[in-house]
Design a protein around this ligand. Structure first.
Ligand code: SAM
Ligand code: DTB
Ligand code: SF4
Length: 377
């Protein structure tokens, strides 16, 4: 009688893999005509793909919660320094009075939310805010403007100045200013912009239930302009907009089937604001946020998955599960754009309790446009 093939599975949570595991690799695991190395198992789980089907993503999203978190943690550990969390600080540089109808947004002029309209800030004030954020441990500074799109005017020149100044103090600079043309993306790149945030927000199917004043394709075009300009792409969405699980899976499918995965994927939980059409949407159950984060981690193994708006409603234990599930970035500071966020000391306490460490600026290298410019010198 032939001996049944032996199957040995070795999974190491060490990163980088320990010497012992590397030695063990040399003893290949053999089945019938099959050689599988432990590294291959981990590599398969970390495979970068751009052809995910909804069914495949749905199968991941619906796994039993703890198995899903475990699978995501393995992918996370194989691709990132486990426990290292990127800290981004947000500043609203132009607030409220926006022409758009995004149903979640307190800054849309048409909703009566009590947000005070504020013109574009002065460069010096923005720089002071960035310096404070840096002193508090933030490596990235993200400036948000309540604009539909960027216009080629003096305000844009001032934003370019802000980008230059914040870049000069050694922070990764990010902007979220609405839609961009290719030319505007290139000007931002030249000024030293590291990343651009532009969310797709939800699935293509659910999108028109939430926003009617610009299309899903408009958003994808802006992402293409950002990518072509060599700026790091930050794009994700919001859960709690009244979408179904299929919409959530669809949103992740759009993101992970882009020609290149976004380097950062913010997962926001709706912050319901009185006066907006979505003010009375129910709270998103915490396990659904964990599912979203874990699935994003598995389908986009190299991206930073950002646990974004909605953290104020989460306990430290709930946030810990999000970090286990692959979240490795947060917005820190007591305000997001217009709504509250956990205070600085509470986050520092959480980092201590969970053994998290802040990621240094430019740990992933300079953006492509900068590398090209340096190489040409
Ligand atoms: N006006 C620009 C735009 O829409 O692209 C930039 C600023 S906009 C406020 C940036 C993102 O914040 C939105 O795309 C949305 O994903 C998120 N956001 C806005 N209001 C939110 C809310 N109440 N809860 C959760 N996320 C929200
Ligand atoms: C993102 O995905 N979330 C941030 C940032 N990108 C710009 C914004 C959250 C805004 C929450 C509502 C507010 O504070 O106005
Ligand atoms: Fe305006 Fe951006 Fe708010 Fe939409 S999300 S209303 S574009 S500020």
């Amino acid at each position: 009688m032939p001996t049944p093939p032996a199957v040995i599975v070795v999974v190491s949570l060490d990163h980088p893999p320990s010497l012992k595991l590397r030695r063990a690799m040399k003893i290949s695991i053999t089945g019938e005509n099959q050689i599988v190395s432990p590294f291959q198992i981990i590599r398969d789980m970390s495979n970068i793909r751009h052809n995910w089907t909804r069914e495949e993503i749905g199968e991941i999203y619906e796994r039993p919660l703890l198995s899903l978190v475990m699978d995501a943690a393995i992918v996370h550990k194989a691709n990132h320094v486990f426990g290292e969390v990127q800290i981004s600080s947000l500043l609203s540089i132009k607030t409220g009075g926006c022409s758009e109808d995004c149903g979640y947004c307190p800054q849309a002029a048409r909703y009566h939310t009590g947000v005070q309209v504020q013109a574009l800030m002065k460069v010096d004030d923005v720089l002071t805010a960035a310096e404070n954020a840096k002193a508090g441990g933030a490596s990235r500074f993200c400036m948000g403007a309540a604009w539909r799109e960027v216009r080629d005017n003096r305000d844009f020149d001032r934003v370019l100045e802000m980008v230059k100044e914040v870049n000069n103090i050694g922070m990764e600079v990010c902007c979220t200013l609405g839609m961009l043309t290719q030319y505007q993306a290139e000007r931002l790149a030249e000024a030293g912009l590291y990343a651009y945030n532009h969310n797709i927000d939800t699935s293509e199917e659910h999108y028109s239930e939430v926003i009617t004043t610009r299309t899903y394709d408009d958003r994808l075009n802006t992402l293409e302009h950002v990518r072509k300009a060599g700026i790091s792409v930050c794009s994700g969405g919001i859960i709690g907009l009244g979408e179904t699980d299929t919409d959530r899976i669809g949103m992740l499918q759009t993101l992970c089937n882009l020609p290149q995965h976004p380097e950062s994927v913010p997962i926001n939980v709706l912050v319901p604001v009185a006066g907006t059409p979505l003010a009375n949407n129910g709270r998103v159950p915490f396990d659904e946020l964990v599912r979203m984060i874990a699935t994003a981690r598995i389908v986009m193994p190299h991206s930073a998955v950002r646990l974004s708006a909605g953290r104020l409603e989460l306990s430290v234990a709930e946030q810990a599960m999000c970090f286990m599930a692959g979240a490795n970035s947060i917005f820190a500071g007591d305000k997001l754009l217009t709504t509250p966020n956990p205070v600085f000391n509470a986050d520092m306490e959480m980092f201590k309790t969970l053994g998290l460490t802040p990621k240094a600026a430019f740990a992933d290298g300079q953006p492509k446009h900068k590398q090209v410019a340096d190489a040409m010198q």
